[in-house]
Structure formats: C-alpha cells, structure tokens
Design a protein around this ligand. Structure first.
Ligand code: MN
Length: 342
C-alpha cells in the first residue's frame, strides 16, 4: 500500500513539475516584451500592415504611447530614419483612429541637461552594456562614427529613459534579427541582452517571434509537419500554387536542413528569397545560397538544401512537372558534415 502511495505521489509530483515547465515555456516573455519584439521586428522589415496590427495589440495590452514612441526612436539608430519615420507615421495613424480608447500616454522621454559631457556619458553607458571600452578598428578609421555612437546613441537616446536598457536591447535584437546580413551585430547585441539579464531561453523566444519577418516577400505559412520527419530542425511551408507548376515557399530556421533526397522524373527549381543557406549535390562541395540565387536540380540527382547555422533561410521550391514524378527521402545530413560549413 505504502509503495503504491509513494508511486502515486511520484506521478503527481512529476506531472506537476511537467505542467509547471510547460507554463514557464509559454511565459518566457511578458506581454510587454513580446509586443516590443513584434513592433521592432515589423518596423525593421518595413512591413507596415503587420506593424499596424502589432501597434494596436501593444496598446490594447498596456504599452503606453510614450513607450511605443521610444521603441520607434530607438529603431532609427538601428534601421535608419526611413524605417523609423514610416513606423512613426503608421503609429500616428493608429493613435488618430483610437482617440476614444483613451490609451495611456505614460512618462515622457528625458533630455540630458545642457553642458553634459555626452562623449563621457555615452562611453560609460557603452561600457556598462558591453563590458568594454570599444575602440580601434572602424572607430579609429572613422572617429566621427565613434562620436555619434557615444554622444548620440548611448547618450541622447539611451538617457531618455521610459524603456529600461533591457527593453531597448529586446527592441534592438528584434530589429537586427529582422534585417538580412547583420549576424555579427545581432550576436553582439545578444551578448549585451544577456548582460541586461535576458536568459538564453528568452533570447531564443525573441528570435523565434521575429520569424514572421524572415520568409521573404511571401508568407511563412504553417510549421511543416507533413515533411518534419525528413527535416532536421524546424521548417515552415506556405503552398503558393498547387495547379500547373506546384510551388511553395519553404522557410528554414537557423541550422535546419532537409535530408538527402532525390526528385525522380521531374526535377526541382529553387528561387532563393531570403537569408543564407546551402545546396549540396552528392559527391560535390556544398554551395552557399543568398537571395536572388537560382538552383536548377535535375531529376535523379541526390542532394539536400537548408539554412546556414546562423541564419534563417527561405526559398521558393518549384516542382518540375513530370509524369509519375516522386521524391525519395534518404539519410540525414549528419552534424559532422553540416558543421564543416561556414
Ligand atoms: Mn530538393
């Protein structure tokens, strides 16, 4: 009897912990943090239609008008005036339409007192965030950019308050993750994010939320469950047309690739739309792919395609129609082979 009781308590406890963990996973980020991610990601990618929805959701869920203004000001430092101004116009339109909702205005951004040594102020903030005095390299090559980073970004903008440093880093990571070719800067800001207290799990949750801006011009679609067993990592599938020449948008998360496979009878054409990835034919070196690349895969050639380890990757996959065509799925691309790719 005692044994049964102990076993029962064991089951209850394990289940309790399991449910607890599951809850934690969905609560890695607060609603406020999630809204900062979506607003920053759509601002950076220039997707104003989805930005409008994200702004409304942010306000509905309690972001103040001034907090959103600060996110969009921060965005100008990381994706330029054009993206920031577009986002601010969209925000103004949203606010005008929501007049009777009485959204909270919130705390105003602060301006540094006259006479502040902004270079020294910004230098301190930069050290606090990165842990280092950043100098040499391009900062010595073009001292003006060092001056603007310190006096303007790390002084004028960071001193405005309203958002915490951690919230500003969440916005920056989300923006950099939504613009192509900024992996190095993204990785430095991930390190800064960790210094502000973000956990690895939270960073992954932020990066995952930015996937909607990663699929190129076409929608990302749903998780690719139908073919999941032939893929390593998470992929997403958006069928574009099933008539005539069947075509789909396929998006791979970083590190995701499909197994070696062969398209029998009809081949396949890949049109790369976003990110960085690879195509490899059996017995040949892998070739790196970037947006605009076209790969013509003849029938009967064993190959795989997928993302680079540090980048999302999307391509349109066109099946070349042929009578009795089929795809034969083979072995995985091993971690050993894949890890050799840079
Ligand atoms: Mn293929």
């Amino acid at each position: 009897m005692k044994k049964i009781l102990t076993a029962l308590i064991g089951i209850i406890l394990t289940t309790g912990i399991f449910i607890g963990e599951k809850c934690m996973a969905s609560n890695l980020l607060t609603d406020k943090q999630k809204n900062i991610v979506m607003i920053s990601s759509y601002t950076a990618s220039g997707d104003l239609e989805n930005l409008e929805k994200a702004l409304n959701k942010g306000l509905d869920e309690g972001l103040t008008i001034n907090e959103i203004k600060e996110i969009l000001v921060q965005m100008y430092a990381y994706c330029g005036f054009p993206r920031s101004l577009n986002a601010l116009s969209t925000f103004k339109k949203v606010i005008d339409l929501r007049k009777d909702k009485h959204d909270k205005i919130g705390q105003e951004g602060k301006v540094l007192p006259k006479g502040t040594d902004k270079f020294a102020y910004g230098d301190n903030v930069q050290v606090e965030l990165t842990g280092n005095h950043i100098k040499g390299g391009i900062y010595e090559f073009v001292p003006a950019i060092d001056q603007y980073l310190k006096e303007h970004l790390f002084a004028d903008i960071f001193a405005r308050g309203v958002l915490t440093y951690q919230e500003r880093e969440i916005a920056t990571i989300s923006a950099l993750s939504s613009i192509q070719g900024l992996e190095a800067q993204l990785n430095s800001h991930i390190q800064i994010g960790k210094k502000t207290g973000l956990t690895d799990e939270q960073i992954n949750a932020i990066l995952d939320l930015t996937k909607y801006s990663k699929s190129g011009a076409f929608a990302i679609g749903e998780k690719n469950t139908a073919y999941a067993k032939y893929f390593k990592g998470q992929s997403y599938l958006m069928p574009l047309t099933n008539e005539g020449v069947p075509s789909s948008n396929v998006t791979f998360e970083p590190g995701c690739r499909n197994n070696w496979h062969i398209h029998h009878k009809g081949g396949q054409i890949l049109l790369v739309t976003s990110g960085r990835g690879y195509y490899q034919e059996w017995g040949k070196p892998a070739q790196e792919l970037k947006p605009g690349d076209v790969v013509n895969i003849p029938a009967e050639v064993k190959h795989w395609h997928g993302a680079a380890f540090d980048s999302w990757f999307s391509h349109i996959a066109i099946s070349v129609p042929a009578e009795g065509s089929s795809t034969e799925w083979l072995e995985e691309v091993s971690d050993k082979e894949y890890s050799k790719l840079k």
